[in-house]
Design a protein around this ligand. Structure first.
Ligand code: FES
Length: 361
């Protein structure tokens, strides 16, 4: 886009010189307009990522278990960080440009650092390996948030259930429950004791309120067995892999608790999916989306660089613009206005059976 400088009008007081505010506004527009309207090599509109509001530095790094490191992230000048509540997560923009969310597992009263913990998953999407290999002490990293999609309501009686690295938001909830004097208990499952982070910290926090159940010692507990620990009328908070969540949800109606809150750390399951097609406007190529796969999966098969992060419809990284076709929106992020403008989060949203959605790109 050609954006030649144009003479600015006299200042707001009618004096024959540039107004400093208008000059500033012009400079900002000149900088951001090309970013906001840029297109990729296929001529597709590139939506700018949400602003990275936090400039952070890795202040400390520790090994917490097999393949698990924790990072303490601080502002480079040591200033206080935005407050957060248990259940909140931080967005990180990794050096490669990948965006990932990590639950905060430190102490909300510590305003000088955030703590996250990351398990290395060599077969994952690359984010965890990058954290392990590149976010060394002293590395600067951009972030956003914290945001909370898994709030802890501090009910009088609480059962906290964590599977593997799902302990991260649960640990912050346990600290809150202990601080408030709630009737709480926690059960943490994992492959083996050596693979389970924060065991000492949990035990110091809760003593016999905390139960560690490594699979290689106790077998893998099902949802009903985990929920047997729920006090009558309690609230249950669960974070872990999809099979564990499904098992807990399936057994919940038969347990003594009355409320279930959960957070998954894998792609959202596809419920009532129907097959539909995607047509890429740039090439005219048609990609069929089967009933049991997401549009994002199909797009990534076609182009492995297709951006994504949460795969649950709340971060907005995977948004695409639909130029024709009816979208079944299943996200928790887009506003009515954004939907009306044709935006779609392809990790979760779909289309009615047989529909063809044309994507701008
Ligand atoms: S990847 Fe986060 S909304 Fe789709």
């Amino acid at each position: 886009m050609n954006h030649d400088p144009v003479p600015l009008p006299p200042d707001l007081y009618g004096r024959g010189r540039d107004d400093r505010f208008l000059r500033f506004l012009d400079a900002v527009t000149r900088f951001y307009l090309p970013i906001a309207t840029r297109k990729d090599r296929y001529g597709r509109r590139v939506f700018p990522p949400p602003p990275a509001a936090l400039d952070l530095v890795v202040a400390a790094r520790a090994t917490e278990a097999e393949d698990v490191v924790s990072l303490r992230l601080s502002a480079p000048d040591g200033r206080p960080l935005p407050p957060w509540q248990p259940g909140a997560h931080l967005d990180l923009v990794l050096p490669s440009g990948l965006r990932r969310q990590y639950s905060l597992c430190g102490d909300p009263a510590d305003r000088r650092s955030y703590r996250i913990a990351v398990r290395r998953l060599p077969d994952g999407g690359g984010g965890s390996v990058e954290v392990h290999d590149t976010l060394l002490t002293g590395t600067r990293v951009a972030g956003g948030g914290p945001r909370n999609a898994f709030p802890f309501a501090a009910d009088p009686a609480v059962l906290l259930i964590a599977g593997g690295i799902g302990i991260t938001p649960i640990l912050a909830m346990a600290r809150e429950a202990a601080g408030r004097g709630l009737d709480w208990r926690l059960v943490h499952t994992g492959r083996s004791r050596a693979s389970m982070p924060f065991a000492d910290e949990l035990t110091a926090l809760g003593g016999d309120r905390v139960e560690l159940l490594p699979d290689d010692e106790h077998g893998t507990p099902d949802g009903a067995e985990l929920l047997r620990r729920a006090p009558a009328g309690s609230a249950v908070y669960v974070c872990g892999p999809a099979p564990m969540l499904d098992s807990v949800r399936g057994a919940f109606d038969a347990c003594a608790a009355t409320a279930l809150h959960f957070e998954r750390f894998s792609a959202a399951p596809i419920v009532d999916g129907r097959p539909f097609d995607l047509r890429l406007r740039s090439s005219g190529r048609v990609l069929p989306v089967p009933a049991d796969r997401s549009a994002l999966d199909v797009l990534r098969e076609n182009d492995p660089d297709t951006p994504y992060s949460c795969r649950q419809g709340f971060c907005g990284v995977c948004r695409r613009r639909v130029t024709s076709g009816a979208v079944e929106h299943r996200d928790r992020k887009l506003t009515d206005q954004e939907r009306a403008e044709g935006q779609m989060l392809v990790c979760v949203s779909r289309a009615p059976e047989g529909e063809c959605l044309e994507l701008d790109g």
